[in-house]
Design a protein around this ligand. Structure first.
Ligand code: GUN
Ligand code: FE
Length: 502
């Protein structure tokens, strides 16, 4: 069996499903080879002059292709802070860790970055950090990411240029933060007008960089309600609608209870947090709302009616003690959900880790009263909180992988193009290598001296241990619970090889 990818547009032109052991995984994975045509200008598969490279997934090494992961919420400038959050919660974390690191991406005219192809005036450190973010996320199989940058246009444009040159599909957002009552004096827009005109200049840069938006697109990014004045929110809503199709929008919502209380105080005229965004036409079908831990039933109803999307960031919600988002309720109510790493509220740039954490936190949901959401009956309400029953709130491995791929694709409004291997979809993919079953050494009772390295070469990869008895379903489960970037052998975006494990 083979899978054919057009060199012209990187789309899947045809495939021949070789039987996966378990039909339920056909939607998500293929163990077939795919064909990479090295001569794009010939645009075809028939001619003698076409050089064809066939990439096989090795059965013995337990390799398989999987749709690229979609990170629907990540802060690129916070990458230096990965793992640094202490015991803070959202509002003090922003003040202590986040605004200081982001403020360092400002213009340093005396230190030009020296690369003529890249936007001027961004500090060299921005270049280095952003390059590392893109390389790192690609190495974890993230083929598409929706990035928050900083308020600084040159550095934000650098991030767009780096995604474009490394070949990562990306939405790039300059954060808007013009409210002097919330933003620190050292890191804020001068005014609403300044915020909007800086945003326009980022949009122009990205539209010139990638006129068709094939790989990189701008996304409007009011950081969250407390950082924005009403004129800024209003201006952004209007700016989105100036374009055809309207621009994507991303923000945070109802992550933390103190934040919810603050928004109530800052916007007393609004019915609730979601209504603040809705008043300014910022809840659209291209809006990504990160966290949504504490939405009320009324707010969820509004989000669903506007067809706005939710980015579930479980690692971050646990790290900052924000709570557990009720993903099952979102899905039951017909709200579209994808996964976000939320680096560096989240401690990991890996969407596989986000999938794992989505499974884990969903298992806690029924057990803690404070996680209770109105309108759903939890295990403890039936008096059997400590019974190991599978409650409906629990997400399965398959569901978490769905959120990481097809769910994320729907969140970025690209469900027809990304997230699976359907004919006509774009080949954004990763080759996963779980590794071979470990061989028994010739004399297992003899201490291994120089044998260890050869075992590593032929045996397991990373933390995944296979014993040869696993079904494909079980192998996938082991991947989700024990896998990491060591299992990501190669990554393609639109048919282009963008990462290969060295
Ligand atoms: N709310 C406003 N800004 C941020 C941020 O940078 N990260 C998270 N997790 N929440 C936010
Ligand atoms: Fe965030």
């Amino acid at each position: 069996g083979a899978l054919w990818v057009s060199s012209a547009d990187g789309r899947i032109k045809g495939f021949d499903w070789q039987a996966c052991d378990d039909a339920s995984f056909r939607e998500l994975m293929t163990r077939n080879a795919w064909v990479d045509v090295d001569a794009p200008e010939t645009n075809g598969y028939g001619g003698n002059e076409v050089k064809v490279k066939i990439v096989h997934a090795s059965e013995e090494r337990n390799e398989f292709f999987f749709p690229g992961f979609i990170d629907t919420h990540i802060h690129a400038p916070q990458f230096p802070n990965v793992g640094l959050f202490g015991s803070s919660t959202l509002l003090d974390w922003l003040e202590t860790y986040t605004f200081p690191v982001e403020s360092g991406f400002g213009v340093q005219a005396d230190q030009p970055n020296g690369d003529a192809k890249l936007p001027k005036d961004a500090p060299p450190s921005a270049l280095r950090i952003y390059d590392q973010v893109v390389a790192r996320t690609l190495s974890h199989g993230t083929t598409c990411a929706s990035y928050f940058a900083t308020i600084h246009v040159p550095a934000t444009n650098v991030l767009a240029a780096l995604c474009h040159s490394r070949g990562q599909r990306a939405f790039i957002g300059r954060v808007c933060m013009d409210n002097p009552d919330f933003c620190p004096p050292y890191y804020k827009d001068l005014s609403a007008d300044d915020s909007l005109s800086a945003t326009r200049s980022m949009i122009e840069y990205i539209h010139a960089l990638d006129p068709k938006g094939t790989l990189v697109k701008p996304i409007l990014t009011p950081r969250f309600a407390p950082t924005c004045t009403r004129p800024a929110l209003e201006g952004l809503g209007k700016l989105a609608a100036e374009f055809n199709p309207p621009l994507h929008i991303q923000t945070h919502i109802s992550e933390n209870t103190n934040e919810v209380a603050l928004v109530k105080e800052l916007f007393p005229e609004a019915k609730n947090y979601a209504d603040v965004y809705d008043r300014y036409n910022l809840l659209t079908k291209r809006t990504i709302l990160a966290h949504a831990v504490h939405l009320t039933p009324d707010e969820r109803n509004l989000v669903r009616r506007r067809d706005a999307k939710i980015s579930h960031c479980p690692a971050s919600n646990s790290a900052l003690g924000s709570g557990v988002a009720p993903v099952r309720i979102f899905l039951d109510e017909g709200i579209t959900v994808g996964l976000g790493t939320d680096v560096s509220g989240g401690y990991s740039p890996s969407i596989l880790e986000a999938a794992r954490q989505a499974c884990l936190v969903s298992r806690l949901l029924g057990h803690t009263k404070s996680f209770c959401q109105p309108g759903i009956k939890h295990a403890h309400e039936n008096g059997d909180a400590d019974k190991p029953t599978l409650g409906r709130e629990k997400l399965s491995v398959e569901e978490s992988l769905y959120l990481a791929t097809r769910g994320g694709a729907a969140v970025v409004d690209m469900a027809d193009d990304l997230g699976g291997f359907d004919e006509g979809m774009i080949w954004d993919a990763q080759l996963i290598e779980l590794g071979a079953v470990r061989e028994l050494s010739e004399n297992p009772f003899e201490v291994q001296t120089n044998g260890a390295s050869s075992l590593v070469k032929t045996g397991p990869v990373g933390n995944v241990d296979l014993f040869g008895t696993e079904t494909w379903e079980e192998k996938i489960h082991k991947w989700v619970w024990s896998g990491d970037d060591r299992n990501v052998k190669a990554v393609w975006v639109a048919g282009r090889l963008v990462h290969s494990r060295s």
